[in-house]
Write a protein of this length. Sequence first.
Length: 301
Amino acid sequence: MRAFRTCDDEQFRPYFVLDDLWESFREWSAYGAGVPLILNDSDCVVQYYVPYLSGIQIYGKPTKSSPKSRRPGEHSDSESRDSSSDGCSDCEPERGLNYVREQRNHHHLSGEIALRMDGLFLRDQHTELPEDFSSDEGESVNSQGSLLFEYFERDLPYSREPLADKISDLACRFPELRTLRSCDLSSSWISVAWYPIYRIPTGPTLKDLDACFLTYHSLHTPVEGAPGGQAPMLTYPSEVDGAPKITLPVFGLASYKFKGSLWTPNGGFERQLANSLLQAADNWLRRLQVNHPDFLFFCRR
């Protein structure tokens, strides 16, 4: 847990650096995260899931509109060159990652060029969002911050890298993925796809436990007392010398091959919660006008 002094120099509020978050996924990315389940009211098993990066949007602090404001995804020629050269000099080019400069809508762009990297978009800090783009609180995203970075996975599940490895690749092209602080990330969010790899002990019911999940989490730690239940939460351990931890609550959820009888032993309440989280994810993406490939796939199944 980290803290920093606010601009009035009187308060501290907790935050985390993104690299700390990615590090917390490293062990799960290698071995899976264990989920205990009870089958047939008596058999205890642990199902292991590997996390994969499904989607992420990084918003920066609010910026004043420049005289020549841009729409999301628009860059000048020089900015596109700068963005494409960012990152690690020793990183190998990612397989299937293509740098494509597209000239779109000459009337609106006036020579602006978008840098597209097969689902990865890099934004400059002065990129502004539409003024009528609003959030839960009724504020425009233009007042909340600028979209600096986004990535949406499009590969098939068996072709993907675990989350920690994928972030390492993307950080070579956008190094701020490691250094940005949650307190500066405005409306930023991440979606994680969880795919099963094995369970202990194994058995004939394995096929009934092949459900996959898509979770949505906020990356922003707001000022203490700010509204919103989606934000990361600070928890204090019972041990005297234990370090406080920041957890990322799930504010949206989608599932695939989900068998309610195995995952919702309490029946109606848990199914209602799952449906509510699915609707929340759908509302979130619609509000952001985001086309999230994994979410569309999960909802069609």
